[in-house]
Ligand binder design. Sequence first.
Ligand code: SAM
Length: 216
Amino acid sequence: MQDSYRHKGMRRQLVKVVQGKGIKDERVLAAIGKIPRHFFFENALVEHAYEDKAFPIGAGQTISQPYTVAFQTELLQLKPGDKVFEIGTGSGYQSIVLLELGAEVFTIEYQKELYERTSHFLPQMGYKPNFYYGDGSQGMPRFAPYDKIIVTAGAPTVPDALIDQLKVGGILVIPVGDAKTQQMLRITKTAENKVRTETFTNFKFVPLLGADGWRK
Ligand code: SAM
């Protein structure tokens, strides 16, 4: 697939839309302006790639809305070299945004079809996060602790395991709520047994599945 002047123009418009909704981090805006989102769309939907909307990617899952990706990424306050664990690889778009901001990315996906597709496709685009297949709702202890953890599916509660796997000073960004709507939380681990929780606006995600998700 080509990345034409037309696509680049549509991407600049998308950056303006996301900026207009309140995203200020220039690095996040630059990543959205750089990544060819239309590469993630099947032919029938490619014309919609630069709308600020979530779209189906197969296996009943979605590529998140660009504003949502930008909002979660901004909340992470990434520093180059941060070790980031992402739960819900999906299309891989969010993983690429994290890589563009200089993070070392560990990403896990529950749907085998998506894991296989994305772990094959992203390296073809020149991006190489560490891909894993399985249930990330209880984290991935073997590579912990992480500087940052981002959950890109809606969780019923905050899994304790994710707090345990954060470094002191680390940040977990997670949408928590019911099936219809979830509130975005930023949880900072301020000491070994202490967290600070900040709450933000509501979003709508596909459900976090697995042991600490919706399917027990
Ligand atoms: N970050 C993705 C992107 O940029 O395309 C967002 C994808 S979608 C909103 C959320 C993803 O979380 C889905 O692909 C879904 O299969 C995955 N997921 C749900 N529960 C999971 C779990 N317990 N472990 C890992 N992935 C999970």
